[in-house]
Design a protein around this ligand. Structure first.
Ligand SMILES: Cc1ncc(COP(=O)(O)O)c(C=O)c1O
Length: 396
């Protein structure tokens, strides 16, 4: 019975052109990836600085495993909290120039924990950008607060929402991504912060994709935009530019103390393995000491964006390492993604519900460790895409 119900649901997904399946890599998932016995250039990873297979992280892992074992063995609130957890939190707060930080097993859980524990009353209000990451949407739905969405990057519309609903609210939280995960554009953080403050609201920025990458010191989107002081809750991940796994919240010291006491996704789950803390400590040290990695990433992004524009693709303006090429139709984007795959390139097609309907796209994510040859190969195949697929793809 369950089998036939699920088969039916799966058939519906297929009929809508939204079927997804898993690919299996047989070697590392860095800038080159082996699937079966074929090598591909990977334009689909969040391993932006190429740290995922850095031997220094492997060495840190080895010595941490010998000392602490693999798992944390319990929730951090019981016996799953080690010297390495606390050391990582100190490294993060120093890096982010915040009073303190708290690490969760994943970024998803960090978002869930912070939003649902702070915004836990029906007298609270959350106002969030319409393009925030799915983990933030889930976090907002999980919170008891009223939840309003403002159009993407639209500060005026945010102001209208706050003006209409702010009275009698106990707490108000404005939430945005720093770098938007599917569009690669940046939030107007300074302006959001100013509007938030004028209504007594707090600002939370999920900088999963900006952390380690943007800003002179890699502190993220707000450092790049010169407005770190308007943010009350800084969220970041250890799974992207750090090449490891985990999520963090940083800010005032009471934020950590409060989350240790209230965040269910921290309390009722096993602590992040100490070995991963050791790897993230090493990764953040490299991020601080090797700015050339983020400079190379920026250079790669500028080079590819310019080339795609010259080919006539709708690759939006921007500076970041996430480059969307909007195609529109689900089936068409998957056809192009397969064409790229057949030519040795992994560039995922992203469809509804991850992005709005009719905005299916190729999502190219770059790494500092992509060579000029890797990017030239992509440009060359995109030239073939422009020739082989119909001209509705092109903006001109
Ligand atoms: C903007 C954003 N926030 C949060 C997350 C979740 O992070 P993690 O993969 O560490 O759970 C992601 C992951 O894709 C993301 O893109």
């Amino acid at each position: 019975m369950l089998r036939s119900i699920l088969k039916n649901e799966i058939d519906n997904i297929k009929a809508k052109g939204l079927y997804r399946s898993l690919r299996k890599a047989s070697l590392s998932t860095a800038e080159n990836i082996v699937i079966g016995d074929k090598k591909y250039i990977n334009f689909s990873s969040n391993n932006y600085l190429g740290l995922l297979n850095d031997p220094r992280l492997a060495k840190a892992a080895e010595s941490a495993i010998l000392k602490y074992g693999i798992g944390a063995g319990a929730s951090r609130l019981l016996t799953g909290n080690t010297v390495l957890h606390e050391q990582l939190e100190k490294v993060i707060s120093d890096f982010k120039k915040q009073e303190d930080a708290i690490v969760f097993p994943t970024g998803y859980m960090a978002n869930l924990g912070v939003v649902s524990s702070i915004m836990d009353s029906r007298d609270d209000l959350i106002a969030a950008d319409s393009y925030i990451h799915a983990s933030l949407f889930d976090a907002c739905r999980n919170a008891l607060a009223a939840f309003k969405v403002y159009p993407h990057r639209n500060v005026n519309e945010l102001a209208k929402i706050l003006k209409r609903y702010y009275r009698d609210k106990r707490r108000i939280l404005v939430i945005t991504d720093g770098v938007f995960s599917m569009d690669g554009d940046l939030a107007p953080i300074k302006e959001l912060g100013e509007v938030a403050k004028s209504f007594g609201a707090y600002l939370m920025v999920d900088d999963a994709h900006g952390t380690g990458v943007l800003g002179e010191n890699g502190r993220g989107t707000a450092e790049y935009l010169g407005c770190e002081d308007v943010i009350d809750i800084h969220m970041g991940t250890l799974s992207k530019s750090c090449g490891v796994l985990g999520g963090f919240i940083s800010g005032i010291s009471e934020l950590k103390e409060f989350l240790v006491n209230t965040a269910r996704s921290l309390i009722y789950t096993t602590g992040i393995p100490p070995v991963l803390c050791a790897c993230s400590i090493e990764a953040i040290n490299i991020i601080k000491e090797e700015p050339q990695r983020r400079r190379k990433l920026l250079k790669n992004s500028m080079y590819l964006r310019k080339a795609l524009k010259e080919l006539g693709f709708d690759a939006s303006e921007g500076v970041s390492h996430i480059i969307p090429v909007i195609i529109g139709e689900n089936e068409r984007v998957m056809e192009i993604s397969s064409f790229l795959y057949d030519n040795g390139l992994i560039v995922p097609g992203i469809r509804y519900p991850t992005v709005p309907r009719n905005q299916s796209r190729l999502r190219i994510s770059l790494q500092a460790t992509h060579s000029d040859n890797d990017i030239d190969k992509l440009i060359e195949v995109m030239k073939d895409v422009a020739i082989n697929f119909d001209d509705r793809l092109l903006t001109r």
